[in-house]
Write a protein that binds this ligand. Structure first.
Ligand SMILES: *[C@@H]1O[C@H](CO)[C@@H](O)[C@H](O)[C@H]1NC(C)=O
Ligand SMILES: [Ca+2]
Length: 321
């Protein structure tokens, strides 16, 4: 063991000091080196004994404190895990996982006539995720949609970093992105569907729906599964080329464009499940005039890929069983 080297070094150093100060270098007159006296040697020896036994005692003490600390750390770890589980249970009782359950709650005991459609901000908590403020769109008949993205004006910028898209940004009373970690937790907890509603500058409105929507975890770069396109969706299947893609931002390129980063080249800085590069881009740069260039808030094939829409929302609810 390493500590055994310590006394040996100490012995050597002490001997060197002892021999050095009484040895040949300081004795000028004598031609034969004088050995240290008997009493001096035994003094050194007994000092060394004392030092050695002190070191051994310290080492024993240290070893036992280390094993005690390890035991306490292990216990603390277990207590932390228990606390986390208790906390998760408690928060799970305080908050609904999504707007779907909030709508069901509100529906109970409310007469159909007064059960009007409404929009509001609520705190929800998908399992294994933190309580989060979101916008709920609640329809008649206990249907509650959780808004994952809203674009209605250019106030909130969507040219954001990977980290910002992970955690979410903006505010649920206005435009916002709910966060990739939230999406992952909610859509892997129970199967979800995605509804897209959009509006153009001429006042026309349309929608599209996918009955299967799932976002993988960070270890799989938030890969999107978007399938079972609802055939009568008026806006057309713009998400087809995005199915199975990884999430990319201007500071992280996981897209299928070999020459560069779609978010930078064409996406106006918005984060999205780019392929090479996009048909749909709800996170594009908001242009108040529609315009005719890449990087806007786009839904092809409803409008040109270079046309920026007036408004778009992405809404989630559990798939019907
Ligand atoms: C985002 O885009 C706006 C213009 O739309 C620009 O002023 C701003 O600097 C951009 N931010 C980043 C982080 O690129
Ligand atoms: Ca690329």
């Amino acid at each position: 063991m390493a500590w055994r080297l310590v006394p040996a070094t100490v012995v050597l150093i002490l001997l060197r000091i002892a021999l050095g100060s009484n040895g040949p270098t300081v004795s000028r007159s004598a031609t034969v080196p004088r050995l240290p006296s008997q009493s001096f040697q035994s003094n050194v020896a007994s000092s060394l004994d004392t030092i050695l036994s002190k070191l051994e005692a310290n080492h024993r003490e240290l070893t036992s404190s280390i094993s005690e600390m390890t035991r306490v750390a292990r216990e603390t770890q277990m207590e932390m895990t228990d606390l986390q589980e208790d906390m998760e249970l408690l928060l799970g009782q305080m908050y609904k996982p999504s707007c779907q359950e909030i709508a069901q709650d509100q529906h109970e005991g409310v007469a159909w006539e007064t059960n009007k459609a409404s929009v509001g901000v609520f705190t929800v908590k998908p399992p294994k995720y933190r309580p989060t403020e979101v916008r709920c769109e609640i329809e008649r008949g206990a249907v509650g949609w959780t808004v994952m993205l809203s674009r209605t004006n250019g106030i909130e910028l969507f040219n954001r970093t990977y980290k910002e898209y992970q955690e979410g940004f903006g505010h649920p009373t206005g435009d916002y992105w709910i966060g990739n970690d939230f999406l992952h937790r909610l859509t892997t907890w129970k199967p979800h569907q995605l509804r897209v509603v959009m509006e153009d500058w001429d006042g026309q409105k349309t929608w599209a729906q996918y009955n299967r929507f799932r976002v993988a975890g960070p270890e799989d770069s938030y890969r999107i599964t978007i399938e079972q396109f609802e055939a009568d969706s008026a806006a057309g299947d713009g998400m087809e080329i995005h199915n199975g893609m990884l999430f990319s931002t201007y500071d992280r390129d996981d897209d299928n464009n070999k020459d560069g980063n779609c978010a930078q080249l064409f996406g106006g800085g918005g984060g999205w499940w780019y392929n090479n590069c996009y048909h749909v881009l709800p996170t594009g740069r908001y242009r108040s005039s529609g315009g005719m260039e890449y990087g806007g808030v786009a839904w092809y094939p409803w409008r040109s890929v270079k046309h920026s829409l007036k408004a778009i929302s992405l809404l989630l609810r559990r798939s019907s069983p």
